[in-house]
Design a protein around this ligand. Structure first.
Ligand code: NIG
Ligand code: FE
Length: 409
């Protein structure tokens, strides 16, 4: 058995075997001071106080007093895209809103045009570079969506790129079909027909090739209605694809409620979600997921995660890494934003970005916390004065080493 012993861990945090943490539970990382962690065949084999560390392990990593925590679990990204959209960034500076840019054929449709014209190999190259970037920033489990193809061929091309990354990288990757991300130009005025295409062609074909773990719909003003969403989720349910929904970003869209009705794993964005949505979420197993990077980049309100946690809900945090609303997959920054603008405490934000993120992509049995038997996807920091230093020092390069399936990368 291949074993690695991490010794002299100043603080080992994120210890839980719960599938997700709710309300007050989110405030506790169950730290062990002066700890060890043993990795066997890529998985967490044991951990505890340094005094109880096993002897005679050949391969030892001295943590030198640093923190060891579970890697980030980024449950909502769009890292498969072609090129970038900084021209729209300038348009925004000149006063246009995200919706105005989309109406002019920019936004998602702009990315769709680029992606359709990009060969699969080149798309893979660009996407894999983004994956490598976020791995080095501490992401060990990641969900990646399609949604910039908007026709059968290009949506499947995106999903194949995700499958290839699953095969070639050690991080845990989940894939989501987001055919209903926008109505493509050639279907303008024929939204119903496009929804039919998603239901009758994209979903069955993606299922046949086993290309999508989950289904997503951009259920929001100017995009897809609650009725469209209902149809698509029904079609996907036949193939066992659970929903993760883009909801309540631009308006009070009803996306949260329709997601819950379909037992969604998560409802994401929530910038416009209020008390009604919080009440609906309380009676569900759906994970509300906030994307503060999008609020930051688009100058939108932040989701009411403080209220959610105070009401006893679980909350997850994700990056939404995409070319239009969040061109960054840095989960450290997401955690800092959640503290600064959403008033989560450091412990709550870290739990939201690890175990609760894992739950939001059905990866909590294999990642998201320090638990014997889970993959050793870990972040080792330089020595820090306290856990709060992590979100506080949001630009300090405190990550010393990242482990994926037990191996330093
Ligand atoms: O999650 N809101 C919908 N989709 C993405 C943005 C896509 C884009 O602008 O390219 C999001 O923010
Ligand atoms: Fe998104």
């Amino acid at each position: 058995m291949e074993q690695t012993l991490i010794t002299n861990i100043g603080m080992l945090i994120g210890i839980t075997d719960k599938p997700r943490l709710c309300g007050a539970e989110m405030g506790d990382l169950h730290p062990i001071e002066n700890a060890y962690l043993l990795i066997g065949n890529g998985k967490i084999a044991a951990f505890g106080k340094m005094a109880d560390a096993p002897q005679n392990i050949d391969h030892v990593v001295d943590a030198k007093g640093g923190v060891v925590m579970p890697s980030f679990c980024d449950s909502h990204t769009h890292i498969v895209y072609a090129g970038s959209r900084e021209q729209e960034f300038i348009d925004k500076m000149k006063g246009l809103s995200y919706e105005e840019i989309a109406k002019r054929g920019g936004g998602i449709l702009n990315s769709a045009q680029r992606l359709r014209n990009t060969p699969e190999e080149e798309l893979y190259r660009q996407s894999a570079a983004r994956l490598e970037e976020v791995m080095l920033k501490g992401t060990g489990t990641i969900e990646i969506k399609s949604g910039y193809g908007l026709n059968v061929d290009s949506e499947l091309k995106m999903l194949r790129v995700i499958r290839r990354m699953k095969e070639e990288y050690p991080v845990i990757i989940k894939s989501t079909l987001l055919g209903a991300h926008g109505v493509p130009a050639e279907y303008k005025g024929r939204q119903d027909e496009y929804v039919d295409l998603v239901c009758k062609e994209m979903i069955p074909l993606a299922a046949k090739e086993n290309l999508a773990d989950f289904i997503d719909v951009f259920c929001d003003k100017g995009f897809f209605t609650v009725e469209d969403t209902d149809k698509i989720l029904n079609a996907a349910a036949k193939y066992g694809m659970r929903p993760k929904i883009h909801a309540n970003e631009l308006d009070n869209s009803g996306g949260v409620q329709i997601g819950i009705q379909h037992h969604a794993l998560s409802v994401d964005h929530l910038e416009r979600a209020g008390l009604e949505e919080i009440a609906a979420l309380k009676a569900s197993e759906t994970m509300p997921t906030a994307l503060p990077g999008a609020s930051f980049f688009l100058n939108m309100p932040y989701a009411l995660t403080r209220q959610m946690v105070d009401e006893g809900l679980s909350v997850a945090l994700a990056s939404d890494y995409n070319p239009g609303s969040s061109p960054s997959g840095d989960m450290r920054f997401v955690v800092s934003l959640a503290c600064i603008n959403m008033h989560l405490l450091p412990e709550e934000a870290i739990n939201a970005a690890t175990i609760n993120g894992a739950y939001a992509m059905d990866a909590h049995r294999e990642s998201g916390s320090i638990t014997v038997g889970k993959w050793a996807n870990l972040i080792l920091t330089k020595p820090v004065s306290s856990i709060a230093f992590i979100p506080y020092a949001h630009q300090t390069p405190y990550i010393e080493q990242v482990f994926v399936k037990g191996k330093a990368i």
